[in-house]
Design a binder for this molecule. Sequence first.
Ligand code: GUN
Length: 291
Amino acid sequence: MTAKIIDGKAFAENLRGRIAGHVERLKAEHGITPGLAVVIVGEDPASQVYVSSKAKQTAEVGMNSYKHELPADTPEADLLALVHQLNADPAVHGILVQMPVPRHIDANKVIEAIDPAKDVDSFTPANVGKVQIGLPGPVSCTPLGCLMLLREELGSLEGKNAVIVGRSNLVGKPMMQLLLRDNCTVTVAHSRTKDLPDVVRRADIVVAAVGRPQMIKGDWIKPGAVVIDVGINRIPAPEKGEGKTRLVGDVDTAAAAEVAAAITPVPGGVGPMTIACLLANTITTASLING
Ligand code: GUN
């Protein structure tokens, strides 16, 4: 079998088109222009690229984009003060503090400072709880993007065996909740899981979110499975020239594609979906804030 390559870039483009239509209607019918504030602390190059893409795409769908770039040595108190200021700003409907923050800042303190009504990442305890019990509100962007691709590919997910590799608060845990809500039988595997290849071999759906380049091998994949690769890892690529690098996922894509029914590429799979879902969440928060 040669897997279908799931085009997350095209799906995200289409989604952004629908979001732009929604923004138009919010402006015309309710006089609301959704505003998204993105905060980055420090100069991590990968984070800079993500944040610039987020700001650019926010403006492209007709929303207001507010970008706050703070130096790496910003005191925690200053970052918290900025979050409080954004919480109180009526033009801001969504707040995203790019993670990771520098080590001298307590990420949990920052997350807890964000008004849950503006928490477009769905990182705050209030929104994590809402997702768990199925109340409306923002849903973590990357898991939401993965869910959309899975539904598009499979239709109903009911009864599928889903194996998530990785148990992070950002991806693994919220992904578990969303797949459970769609009536999958969910296994969350992680670095201490015994016989990981055998666990993955039982999966109709694999969500790889471990952050280890090409860790999940082709012969771990059940024939006909759908594989969603959340990993974005930069590895040396001497074939492109000295010092060059390339992006790979957490799955050995070429080998897995020989076995799977469908697989997301890296780049161009889950990545573009994350940003599109961030914009969708900003519509959700803007709509909920304004009743
Ligand atoms: N860093 C990597 N992914 C994300 C994300 O989805 N949200 C935030 N705030 N930081 C990230």
